[in-house]
Design a binder for this molecule. Structure first.
Ligand SMILES: Nc1ncnc2c1ncn2[C@@H]1O[C@H](COP(=O)(O)OP(=O)(O)OP(=O)(O)O)[C@@H](O)[C@H]1O
Ligand SMILES: [Mg+2]
Length: 238
């Protein structure tokens, strides 16, 4: 597949199965994961969860989006935050503008409410990545990011954060410090025990609370393309 085709696929609106086929087995699985997250910490309920992966293209954004909708469907006031400032996709998924978003908030002193996008789901709000910045890791480790995350957590019952893959860049490790729990998504089709262990080690080093691992089952034909594409953007932005 050539670069144009890859771009087209990345930028195409995406259907979220939890919304379009709520009774499909996969949708039921997302609800089960939601329940498991709720029960993973009974005393102090998790109110910000990071979704990351070992490798690019594992399905983080797909899983994070479906989980955000599943929370909203359960009546929880939910925010989906696109913390992938390198290959963001939430604005394509929800077909909204990405002129303002997380990067805008980090660069300008403005109210987070100004960049909130409403979605078709009553209880679900969205903050897209905003324009891709030259220094994502720096922005994510700023004091402003910490303050903003606290504000988001105070205003939503659940904040779901999407992020880049662990083995490519440090962003997810940084983001894990702003959340109570981390879910590691891996594509079982290109399953590699060593890579998962390496990703887990990086999360442990960051002091993250690993809540669970999601074994996604994505067809292997795309795996190599994703790695190629990500390496390009990694070279460019980090
Ligand atoms: N279980 C699945 N079955 C079929 N297609 C899937 C599955 N999971 C993800 N996909 C598709 O694979 C592609 C990559 O998924 P997604 O964008 O969620 O991965 P990602 O981990 O966020 O990638 P990136 O590292 O680029 O951020 C998308 O086109 C998505 O629709
Ligand atoms: Mg993604």
């Amino acid at each position: 597949m050539n670069k144009k085709k890859r771009e087209e696929r990345l930028h195409a609106p995406r259907k979220t199965i939890v919304a379009t086929k709520p009774y499909a087995p996969a949708s039921e699985q997302f609800r089960t994961i939601r329940t498991n997250i709720m029960y993973s910490s009974i005393d102090v309920p998790l109110n910000a969860v990071l979704f990351t992966s070992d490798m690019p293209g594992a399905g983080k954004s797909t899983v994070a989006t479906n989980m955000a909708i599943a929370y909203a469907q359960a009546g929880k006031r939910t925010l989906l935050l696109d913390g992938d400032l390198r290959r963001p996709t939430s604005h394509y998924t929800f077909e909204v503008s990405n002129q303002t978003g997380l990067s805008t908030l980090m660069i300008n002193d403005m109210d987070w409410r100004a960049v909130i996008k409403r979605t078709a789901f009553d209880q679900l709000d969205l903050i897209t990545s905003g324009p891709v910045p030259p220094n994502p890791s720096e922005l994510l480790s700023s004091k402003r990011m910490e303050t903003m995350m606290q504000m988001l957590r105070d205003n939503y019952e659940m904040v779901i954060v999407d992020s880049p893959p662990l083995l490519s860049v440090t962003d997810a490790q940084i983001l894990s410090k702003h959340t109570d729990g981390v879910i590691l998504v891996t594509n079982v089709q290109d399953n590699n025990r060593d890579r998962i262990l390496e990703a887990k080690e990086l999360l442990n080093k960051a002091g993250a609370n690993i809540v669970g691992i999601i074994l996604n089952n994505r067809h292997p034909e795309h795996a190599l393309e994703d790695t190629f594409y990500y390496n390009q953007s990694t070279e460019e932005y980090s």
